[in-house]
Design a binder for this molecule. Structure first.
Ligand SMILES: Nc1nc2c(ncn2[C@@H]2O[C@H](COP(=O)(O)OP(=O)(O)OP(=O)(O)O)[C@@H](O)[C@H]2O)c(=O)[nH]1
Ligand SMILES: [Mg+2]
Length: 311
């Protein structure tokens, strides 16, 4: 009991500390911006509109301040502009260029399937199982890989049935792992396969003891690719909490789902630029296997800076 209480305090403390450090970074950006000689309300109207457009998508204040500051310094104050374009059009294009540059360090590309294990983790109902089915179809049909499926989501009977249905349609073997021991056995059984895809229940990966036990069976670093699945319909504040909850597992990329259900796409920028995670796929519907694609940085930039004429 005492240990649980201590753990709870430690985790609350951790959350508070990270919230404070984020606040500090926003403040730092704002101070920097003020000391640079101009303020948000002093932007030329066109720049202010671009900032608001990003804000409308839920792009964070800190990112917007940084971008607008760069835009002002690099382009506006130097008044660089091709004569054939209006200022506003030029600034939009220059902001796109800046954003492409900002996104460059983060892997916005498909999973290479070069590691034998691919596990999708994430909160309840985001689309993990559906995405596994889509990816299994891609790996089998397009890449001609020998794919096997394992599910560790045994909390709901329906969850197992759902994956069984996809396994049957795609003619792939499926093992249901109730324990880490079962998982070990299933992995052994599928050792000759090119790709073993593991579907999980959201809660698995937030349990430290489970993740530790699991890491004895799967070498997360050497043999597994782990992707966090996030729904674009979630608020960014909630996504940040989810990322923290799943911080026990190392991952480089997220998969976004439910693009078809929202017009607010700030997370496509916030997650790479603030959380330093790349994007492997975007799911835009319930159809297996069609509604899944790999975005490019240009696609993301175009989505968040489409301007009102496309709305
Ligand atoms: N509109 C839309 N619905 C989706 C998308 N991806 C998945 N869904 C739907 O979201 C619901 C939940 O999908 P699942 O794949 O079962 O989600 P999950 O993360 O495995 O859920 P749990 O196993 O319960 O944690 C299903 O009705 C899916 O068809 C998407 O990109 N767009
Ligand atoms: Mg599921």
């Amino acid at each position: 009991m005492k240990q649980e209480a201590t753990q709870a305090i430690v985790s609350v403390k951790k959350e508070t500390t990270s919230a404070i450090s984020e606040e500090i970074s926003v403040l730092k950006e704002m101070i920097e911006q003020m000391s640079s000689g101009y303020q948000a309300n002093e932007y030329p109207a066109g720049i202010d509109e671009l900032s608001k457009e990003l804000g409308g998508h839920g792009v964070t204040d800190a990112i917007r301040y940084r971008l607008m500051k760069k835009l002002m310094e690099q382009f506006v104050l130097t008044d660089e502009q091709p004569s054939s374009m209006s200022k506003n059009e030029t600034w939009r294009e220059q902001l796109k260029e800046l954003l492409l540059n900002e996104l460059q360090p983060y892997p916005i590309k498909a999973i290479s399937f070069d590691k034998q294990v691919l596990q999708l983790v994430g909160p309840t109902g985001v689309g993990k199982t559906t995405t596994i089915a889509k990816l299994a179809a891609e790996a089998t049909l397009k890449k001609q890989l020998k794919v096997a499926l394992i599910t560790t989501d045994t909390y709901r009977i329906a969850a197992v049935e759902q994956l069984k249905t996809y396994a049957k349609i795609l003619e792939l073997p499926l093992e249901v792992a109730y324990t880490v021991d079962d998982l070990q056995k299933a992995k052994e059984k599928f050792k000759e396969y090119d790709l073993i895809m593991i579907d999980s229940a959201g809660r698995n990966f937030t349990d430290k003891a489970y993740v530790e036990e699991l890491s004895k069976v799967i070498d997360f670093q050497a043999e597994a690719t782990t992707c966090l699945v996030l729904s674009l319909t979630s608020k960014y504040e909630d996504m940040k909490k989810i990322i923290e909850q799943f911080s026990l597992v190392q991952m480089e990329q997220v998969i976004f789902t439910k693009l078809d259900e929202t017009a607010s796409l700030g997370a496509l920028l916030n997650i790479p630029l603030e959380k330093k995670l790349g994007i492997a796929y975007i799911s835009n519907g319930q159809n297996v296997p069609d509604d899944l694609f790999t975005p490019t940085a240009s696609f993301i930039v175009e989505q968040v800076l489409r301007g009102s004429k496309h709305d």
